[in-house]
Write a protein that binds this ligand. Sequence first.
Ligand code: SAM
Length: 239
Amino acid sequence: MNTHSSFSVSTIATVATPFKQKFAIPRQPNLAKAQGIVTFEDGFNEKTMLKGIENYSHLWLLFIFHQNIDRGWKNTVKAPRLGGNATMGVLASRSTHRPNGIGMSVVENKGLIHTEGATQLVVEGVDLVDGTPIVDIKPYISYADSVPNAFDKLDEINPIPNRDVLFSSNLELALREIEAKHNGFSSLVTSVLAQDPRPAYKQHLDNDEKTYRVTLYDIDVGFVIKNAAVWVTELVQLG
Ligand code: SAM
């Protein structure tokens, strides 16, 4: 007999972010100043639902890993922090392949935008792919959610990479034009690529001639790893 209860959950909003694909999205929130614009669905687009939200500097977004949900889940998952081959229990991980596909991210509350008939919420520090469905939003309450003596042994063993990021000198003009359209673009690229988004088994390589590509907003960014630094070699406006 199946004794599991099931509950239905509705998408209350979706979040627009600069990340057009999963590759290179930071592993957790607040590792890059990436902005998210939360747009509420019909039935949840009520200003009253957000009354008082300005009292909180940070918010929890609860969302669905919608791009992975149809790939199911397993008891154990590969742990990128352990080099990509060792496994951990899914419930001992922040993997995207989870029983109910639910994710949670703390982000900075940058305020509301009111337009005709709609209210949008601006947040910063997202680790979410563009279009991620949001199922709940709650204030981050530091007295309860911040634990001063918490430990994370995996982070001690294998901290997130922090490589230097350099732009090829021929990109100066392109960068200036992109910056005029997407304010903070260079610092977004820098913080995203400093974390070395290559697969875990490649991250020890200080020279890697392969050109990797990531789309941020509508810009295709090409980069290589040379002498331990990330070199941005191409910036191409898409479409
Ligand atoms: N902070 C969240 C958590 O702990 O639940 C997410 C952590 S998860 C390790 C972060 C990764 O999820 C990102 O690097 C990206 O590759 C992936 N991701 C982001 N949005 C997604 C989505 N909508 N569907 C599937 N994967 C997503």
